[in-house]
Design a protein around this ligand. Sequence first.
Ligand SMILES: [Zn+2]
Length: 131
Amino acid sequence: MKYFTLDELAHSNVARTKRIDNTPNEQQKKALVALVDNVLDPLRDLFGKPVLVSSGFRSNDLNRAVGGAATSQHMKGEAADIYTGTKEGNKKLFELIRDNLPFDQLIDEKDFSWVHVSFKEIGNRKQILKL
Ligand SMILES: [Zn+2]
């Protein structure tokens, strides 16, 4: 954990506004740390500029409130939605992950409006999708 914090990965305006508890348990924290150590920190080094997180961990209640998929890896602490401020930057993040880093799922969301990336400690599928 070099560039990212657990607070940042569990932050949610929706959770705050709707008073939804979004505190990760020990297992979910462990998954978040693995996601940072294996993907987000190395990505930040490769990109050389800040990488922002729009959504990391989501409790079941928060995931329901934001309309997340029922099996979303965000609920396990295994996924983050990341962005840079420009679509070109987001595309670059996508390419850097695809070409250099381990991942389970890598998704180009809405023509690089943001990038979803997930990581599992065992059994990463290296699946690439466009939604
Ligand atoms: Zn996502």
